[in-house]
Design a protein around this ligand. Structure first.
Ligand SMILES: Cc1cc2nc3c(=O)[nH]c(=O)nc-3n(C[C@H](O)[C@H](O)[C@H](O)COP(=O)(O)OP(=O)(O)OC[C@H]3O[C@@H](n4cnc5c(N)ncnc54)[C@H](O)[C@@H]3O)c2cc1C
Ligand SMILES: *[C@@H]1O[C@H](CO)[C@@H](O)[C@H](O)[C@H]1NC(C)=O
Ligand SMILES: *[C@@H]1O[C@H](CO)[C@@H](O)[C@H](O)[C@H]1NC(C)=O
Ligand SMILES: *[C@@H]1O[C@H](CO)[C@@H](O)[C@H](O)[C@H]1NC(C)=O
Ligand SMILES: *[C@@H]1O[C@H](CO)[C@@H](O)[C@H](O)[C@H]1NC(C)=O
Ligand SMILES: *[C@@H]1O[C@H](CO)[C@@H](O)[C@H](O)[C@H]1NC(C)=O
Ligand SMILES: *[C@@H]1O[C@H](CO)[C@@H](O)[C@H](O)[C@H]1NC(C)=O
Ligand SMILES: *[C@@H]1O[C@H](CO)[C@@H](O)[C@H](O)[C@H]1NC(C)=O
Ligand SMILES: *[C@@H]1O[C@H](CO)[C@@H](O)[C@H](O)[C@H]1NC(C)=O
Ligand SMILES: *[C@@H]1O[C@H](CO)[C@@H](O)[C@H](O)[C@H]1NC(C)=O
Ligand SMILES: *[C@@H]1O[C@H](CO)[C@@H](O)[C@H](O)[C@H]1NC(C)=O
Ligand SMILES: *[C@@H]1O[C@H](CO)[C@@H](O)[C@H](O)[C@H]1NC(C)=O
Length: 629
């Protein structure tokens, strides 16, 4: 058995990336038992709560020093950079000004070991602000961070957290909207620097043969695009520069411009490497550790292990053609809203009649099914600007097609709009096929890398709701009222990662089955004010759930996309995982009987809760404890 195990690790290490050849061995663990691998049958810790800094069960400074030595000095104890904005020993006006004026545009926050973009999940305890008043506290940020650059670091961190009953979190880019990469009193594994990339020529697995790409879990989407550019090939990537090219994006599905053609990020995976809760480093594919191979492709991040790298399919270079249009209704009296009213696209119609506006929008939304059936996607925003003023803009993208074919695909939409009195002129100069990976990218992406308090609610609208005019009209009426009556901004994405698009081996992934049936991923956006009390946050959540109820009712059994969903999603087990939930729970219990990995709305997470002092719902600013039976 021992010998087999050794052979297995040796073969795993052979095809591994360089950072994966440095593993934790008994050489390291015999001197420091706190990082020993799990032995015997696993069970939940006796203590009801995870250890907490300052309490008796928290390791001593001496132990943390030994731990740091095992980690080759990779242990960090970071404060949040925003502390520079607050009066006290860390005050620094220049740093604060940099955070306010520059950090959003250059990826600064993405490179920070603790920052998460959605601040309310951390408790919003230290927002950068000009001449900040009040105090900056550490809140939900982790207590210690492992700046992992080898698999050994990841293994040592997992073992230490398990043996010492410390809350463990994994942070990659910190983009998560639900607080899944932050946690008070925790040890964090920061995967940011595991970003190696390698091409594997002549790779074969099952029915796939060709060039595959092997990359670490810290690779960012813009870095992935640069690798495509450099190597003249296509890999399925996300729609924004600084999300992980693997990480949580892939773990819960991962959509982008090629989703309706080639499926989700999770559908691309041929093989992956993972450190499980027992501290072992494993390869998972169709033949070995098949339960993990299933669960880690769509069954959620931060649940079954720390993925260190993935091997994914590559494709010949793909081109994209895109076309935009906009519709705006009633100029808003408010000057701030006016910038949004005049959409950037020149192909925009203006109307002063709300029914006419909504009629045009319904014609556009009716067309979404044709977009995904043609292998395309779209990306739109509908902003309610107050006083019956609205602004809508969309960009439709078709992969692998010619200008003539794209024009033919768009014709029914333009014809239907014309019949309703909207004489849009298709901008033919826009219809130029451009390479999917375009030109080399930098992390700068003005605006979208800033700290925010956005909450997303997602509903996946299936083909069934587009089957007849009658059901579509009722679905659309529910959508309309959420924006019209409720004032919520709508972000709609047409993505159709059908089983056909997913192909091999995607069809065996744990991806939410609702995504396979999907036409329209509807996101409703709200901003959670920093000033909210716990009661206000609870009331707001109830209010938004009430607004969304008619939409949920008209899409019975449909799901929600966790990566752009809300941690307060009702019946989240079904919404985020569908019929996979039970089998995923079995994988979770088998692979992590100790409860090492935890994040809100991950599989098995219902057994634990974050106990906040003020009862603020869904906040990670508190101690993690088991729910009392
Ligand atoms: C500006 C912006 C644009 C976005 N655009 C898109 C888009 O185009 N398409 C799309 O599908 N989604 C998009 N999203 C949503 C995105 O998929 C989620 O935010 C996702 O959680 C990001 O994963 P991450 O690894 O980058 O972030 P993180 O917040 O660091 O991690 C997210 C979750 O994954 C876990 N995790 C991370 N790495 C690992 C690992 N190696 N092993 C195990 N667990 C891990 C973390 O613990 C956490 O639970 C966007 C989000 C934002 C804020
Ligand atoms: C870990 O060790 C390194 C190298 O000695 C040191 O720079 C770092 O500050 C230590 N980390 C902590 C949290 O003490
Ligand atoms: C930060 O932004 C300000 C205002 O846009 C600019 O003047 C300044 O040069 C920037 N500083 C750095 C260090 O990039
Ligand atoms: C913020 O403080 C600076 C001095 O540090 C002062 O010059 C400035 O006027 C203050 N700004 C505001 C908005 O109070
Ligand atoms: C993390 O480790 C890498 C490699 O040693 C180092 O270059 C980087 O500066 C470290 N990051 C932080 C925030 O300490
Ligand atoms: C990129 O690959 C495509 C086909 O795979 C080929 O036609 C094209 O010439 C290549 N371009 C470059 C610059 O190598
Ligand atoms: C809508 O009304 C505004 C003034 O209320 C007017 O300036 C504008 O021209 C009108 N637009 C259309 C398309 O009728
Ligand atoms: C509606 O218009 C009035 C001015 O006519 C303005 O004061 C008010 O803020 C507007 N409401 C919204 C929600 O924009
Ligand atoms: C791309 O388009 C060509 C020509 O229409 C077609 O032969 C090919 O199958 C398409 N590729 C994919 C992946 O759909
Ligand atoms: C639509 O607009 C175009 C150009 O602006 C014009 O040539 C055409 O006649 C219009 N069609 C109708 C039906 O009004
Ligand atoms: C058409 O598209 C081109 C290329 O994107 C753009 O420069 C031009 O302004 C557009 N024209 C109209 C009338 O929308
Ligand atoms: C659906 O709505 C459209 C646009 O409002 C309308 O023309 C059509 O008659 C409706 N169809 C049904 C079956 O309700």
């Amino acid at each position: 058995m021992r010998k087999l195990c050794f052979l297995f690790l040796a073969s795993a290490a052979q095809a591994a990336l360089e950072f994966e050849s440095v593993l934790l061995t008994t050489e390291h663990t015999k001197g420091f038992r706190a990082v020993e691998f799990a032995k015997g049958e696993g069970r939940l810790p006796k203590a009801r709560c995870k250890a907490w800094p300052g309490s008796n069960d928290w390791p001593s400074d001496f132990e943390w020093r030994l731990f740091n030595a095992t980690l080759d000095g990779a242990l960090l104890k970071p404060t949040t950079p925003s502390i520079a904005c607050y009066r006290g020993p860390d005050f620094n006006a220049a740093t604060c000004s940099y955070l306010l004026n520059n950090a959003t545009n250059n990826g600064f926050w993405i490179d920070d070991p603790v920052t998460v973009l959605t601040q309310w999940t951390q408790g919003g305890t230290c927002m950068p602000a000009l001449n900040a008043t009040g105090t900056c506290t550490h809140g939900g940020f982790p207590h210690f961070v492992v700046n992992a650059t080898t698999v050994k670091h990841v293994q040592a961190a997992v073992n230490y957290a398990r043996n010492k009953n410390i809350r463990l979190i994994i942070k990659n880019t910190g983009h998560d909207f639900g607080g899944r990469s932050v946690g008070a009193g925790s040890l964090s594994i920061w995967t940011h620097n595991l970003n190696a990339f390698e091409l594997l020529k002549g790779y074969k697995k099952g029915s796939y043969s060709g060039t595959a790409a092997h990359f670490g879990s810290g690779l960012l989407n813009w870095q992935l695009f640069n690798e495509m550019f450099r190597n003249n090939l296509t890999i399925v990537g996300g729609g924004q520069r600084t999300i992980g090219a693997n990480g949580g994006w892939m773990a819960s599905g991962g959509h982008g411009h090629l989703t309706s053609l080639y499926g989700l990020a999770a559908d691309q995976v041929l093989e992956l490497r993972v450190v499980t809760a027992d501290g072992r480093y494993l390869v998972a594919d169709e033949e070995q550790n098949t339960d993990l191979f299933y669960a880690l492709r769509g069954g959620g991040g931060s649940t079954y292990g720390v993925v260190t790298s993935v091997i994914v399919k590559t494709y010949p270079p793909v081109t994209l053609i895109s076309s935009s249009l906009g519709i705006a209704c009633n100029p808003p009296p408010d000057t701030n809203a006016r910038a949004r009213y005049a959409p950037l696209d020149s192909n925009t119609k203006f109307v002063n009649n709300t029914d006419r506006f909504w009629n045009a929008i319904s014609i556009y939304f009716r067309f979404k099914r044709s977009i995904v059936l043609a292998g395309g996607t779209d990306w739109d925003y509908l902003y309610p600007l107050g006083n019956n003023s609205y602004s809508f803009r969309t960009r439709i993208t078709f992969p692998n097609t010619s200008a003539t074919a794209a024009e033919a695909l768009l014709k029914p939409l333009y014809d239907n709009l014309l019949r309703a009195g909207f004489n849009f002129t298709l901008n033919r100069t826009e219809l130029v096929p451009v390479p999917y990976f375009g030109t080399a990218l930098t992390p700068s992406s003005p605006g979208s890398n800033g700290l925010q308090n956005t909450r997303y609610r997602s509903r996946l609208i299936p083909h069934d709701n587009f089957a007849t005019d009658a059901i579509f009209n009722r679905t659309f009426a529910a959508m309309r009222s959420i924006t019209e009556q409720g004032g919520l901004t709508l972000h709609g994405l047409s993505i159709g990662p059908s089983a056909k698009a997913a192909g091999y081996p995607g069809t065996t992934a744990a991806v939410n089955p609702a995504l396979r049936e999907n036409v329209l991923h509807l996101c409703y956006m709200t901003t959670q004010p920093s000033s909210f009390t716990a009661q206000q946050a609870r009331d707001e959540e109830a209010h938004v759930n009430k607004l969304l109820k008619p939409l949920r009712d008209i899409t019975p059994g449909a799901g929600s996309y966790m990566n752009e969903g809300d941690p307060g999603e009702p019946d989240w087990q079904w919404s985020f995982y569908g019929a996979h939930y039970r089998s995923l729970l079995r994988v979770k219990r088998r692979r992590d009987p100790w409860g090492v990995f935890w994040a809100p709305t991950t599989v098995g997470s219902e057994g634990w809760e974050v106990v906040t002092l003020d009862g603020y719902p869904r906040s990670q600013n508190g101690r993690l404890c088991r729910v009392e039976q």
